[in-house]
Design a protein around this ligand. Structure first.
Ligand SMILES: Cc1cc2nc3c(=O)[nH]c(=O)nc-3n(C[C@H](O)[C@H](O)[C@H](O)COP(=O)(O)OP(=O)(O)OC[C@H]3O[C@@H](n4cnc5c(N)ncnc54)[C@H](O)[C@@H]3O)c2cc1C
Length: 289
């Protein structure tokens, strides 16, 4: 890995930051600390616009051949939360856990579910992340984003975004900078209870402290991906350097530094087996680049 400028890394090994501890090299990784630095994006991408925004890398895998382009990570000013009278301005780089703790401390309800999701607000808005009956869109007022082609900061109301299950604001050539969120004051003890309950549910039903990416596949309508997987695969899929989790069949666990292409093949094999057994093609939740 070479460091050219203070905020630019070259040939960056993505396994170092990936939740899967696996991944190919990123040609250039640019860390943006404030709005002024946004203009570096076009300069560093040589206007090729092959740009990959990255958040907390909890839902991303870069294949063996690597990513030849510019990855952009928001830090500094974008890792802050600012309280206004009617809304919270939350930087895309703010981690979910941090945001939910902030809301707990300030008696703001509705963000308890983020306590157990390991992403960032930017990744959440892109994915419309959610759990236990909540989604990030629910209390989102608007998204402030950078239009990379026009080098312009813009705002879009959440009502104008076509949110769907695990599909959020995904306009091409845009970088989500902030989310504006509603402020609903609640009871601090109730907020704490919900966070605790969610944590207990997580620990009981999903593997902890392992290399994983959360759910591999989206649930097809009226079906559970884990049930389809469990009924399609034999015991051999639950052992080895990449294996399905015994706690939750829609999760896999992998050894560190295992090849990302092997992970992708494992996922494709699961997809094929489920299709053969149930005639259903599971749609991947994990983003593979
Ligand atoms: C243990 C575990 C449990 C999980 N549980 C859940 C869960 O319950 N519910 C759930 O929904 N997800 C879950 N996930 C998946 C993941 O945490 C979410 O999808 C999360 O929203 C991803 O955020 P991130 O910051 O890590 O994004 P990344 O993984 O870094 O990126 C994901 C996508 O978002 C894009 N992106 C990231 N930041 C920006 C930005 N600023 N502007 C534009 N695009 C951006 C990336 O280009 C990429 O396409 C889990 C993952 C793990 C590892």
């Amino acid at each position: 890995m070479k460091q050219k400028k203070d905020n630019l890394l070259e040939n960056f090994d993505s396994s170092k930051i990936s939740w899967l501890k696996s991944g190919g090299k990123i040609e250039k990784l640019l860390k943006i600390n404030n709005e002024v630095q946004l203009e570096q994006i076009n300069a560093e991408s040589n206007s090729k616009l092959n740009i990959l925004p990255i958040g907390n890398f909890s839902n991303l895998l870069i294949k063996d051949r690597g990513f030849s382009g510019l990855a952009v990570k928001l830090t500094g000013d974008f890792s802050k939360i600012t309280a206004n009278k009617d809304f919270l301005l939350v930087g895309a780089g703010v981690l979910d856990h941090f945001f939910s703790q902030y809301c707990y401390r300030n008696k703001i309800s509705g963000y308890e579910f983020l306590h157990t999701i390991p992403g960032s607000i930017g990744g959440n808005i892109f994915m419309n992340a959610g759990c236990y009956g909540n989604e990030i869109k629910d209390k989102l007022i608007s998204v402030i984003y950078y239009d990379i082609k026009r080098s312009k900061i813009c705002e879009i109301s959440s009502q104008d975004i076509n949110f769907d299950y695990r599909k959020g604001f995904q306009d091409p050539n845009t970088l989500i900078l902030y989310g504006k969120f509603k402020v609903i004051i609640g009871d601090q003890a109730v907020i704490k209870n919900i966070m605790k309950e969610n944590e207990v549910k997580r620990n009981q039903t999903q593997p902890q402290k392992v290399n994983c990416c959360g759910s591999i596949f989206k649930n097809p309508s009226n079906q559970n991906a884990w049930k389809l997987i469990k009924s399609s695969l034999d015991a051999s899929f639950y052992t080895g350097p990449i294996k399905l989790s015994l706690k939750h069949s829609n999760f896999f666990e992998n050894d560190s530094n295992i090849s990302p292409d092997l992970i992708e093949n494992f996922i494709k094999t699961i997809q094929k087996k489920v299709e053969e057994k149930h005639n259903i093609i599971l749609e991947r939740e994990l983003e593979i680049i």
